[in-house]
Design a protein around this ligand. Structure first.
Ligand SMILES: [Zn+2]
Length: 284
């Protein structure tokens, strides 16, 4: 898990350009509404940027008119006149590192093919096309997160633009074998651990993020292919000693940690294998 590159787009320019390219139609006087809302929206942009890491403190949206909500929400919709939305999204995606182009910041499993509104646009329509509120993520995380973001005054998910991600291990895993010694396929159990270097408030947020996205369960399900890769690597290099295998896996784990952060699930899986005597005993 690593933080994302913040899009260097001027949020006010983006809004103004969308407004200028909007039309009033029979159904909605979108352009006029965006014009009327502009001062309020820009004020909210400033509030968002000032609060940044403590977004749970942001005041409630005062935009309650249904048509105003629709006009703002539609700034993000794909339609013939809404070309800018695609431009904003592709800019946000294109500036990310190669790793983040391929791996969702929320889970680290799938490609980020969608954009999450960190503050949901149904609750905060003014941030529909506000670049710092638009976070690339995978379809699964986007669906799981949905319109949730706050519970009992606390944020539910890490914000990969503003939150800092501790550079110490808080995700760990272990291999669990059945008693049947012929069975070489272990179950992999992931857990969160409270590292002493992580502030309690920060850890609680990490825990909520993992729980709400059901990441521990998800990792246990997706490890199959990676585990079989490791299995293959060891089985087909029978001339190597167990210590050599461990060293090879260590190199791989370090590479994952460098690229995706120490809490990347594959780095945790490799470390679990390295530390599991039973793994080598059953296949070597
Ligand atoms: Zn994801």
């Amino acid at each position: 898990m690593k933080i994302l590159e913040m899009p260097k787009l001027n949020a006010e320019d983006v809004y103004t350009e969308i407004k200028t390219n909007s039309k009033n139609t029979e159904n909605i006087d979108k352009r006029d509404r965006l014009e009327n809302l502009e001062t309020l929206v820009f004020k909210r942009y400033k509030e968002y940027e000032m609060i940044n890491v403590s977004l749970e403190l942001i005041s409630e949206s005062t935009i309650s008119d249904k048509m105003d909500k629709e006009a703002l929400g539609s700034c993000y919709n794909r339609n013939k006149s809404g070309y800018l939305e695609g431009e904003v999204v592709s800019t946000i995606l294109s500036i990310q590192s190669a790793q983040h182009k391929n791996s969702c910041p929320y889970c680290g499993i799938d490609k980020p093919r969608t954009i999450d509104h960190y503050l949901p646009k149904s609750v905060f329509p003014e941030f529909s096309i506000f670049p710092p509120n638009l976070i690339p993520c995978c379809g699964r995380c986007n669906t799981k997160k949905n319109d949730r973001w706050l519970e009992n005054g606390q944020r539910l998910f890490l914000n990969f633009y503003y939150d800092s991600i501790p550079n110490v291990r808080f995700l760990t895993s272990k291999l669990v074998y059945s008693l049947d010694e012929e069975n070489q396929i272990p179950t992999v159990v992931f857990e969160l651990i409270k590292h002493s270097e992580i502030q309690p408030k920060q850890y609680d947020l990490i825990e909520r993020h993992f729980n709400k996205l059901e990441l521990l369960e998800e990792y246990s399900e997706v490890i199959e292919e990676e585990l079989s890769n490791i299995h293959d690597l060891v089985i087909h290099n029978e001339t190597l000693s167990i210590e050599d295998h461990r060293e090879n896996l260590r190199m791989q784990a370090r590479m994952f940690a460098r690229k995706y952060g120490v809490n990347y699930w594959k780095a945790c899986l490799y470390d679990a294998v390295i530390n599991c005597d039973e793994f080598f005993k059953r296949i070597c």
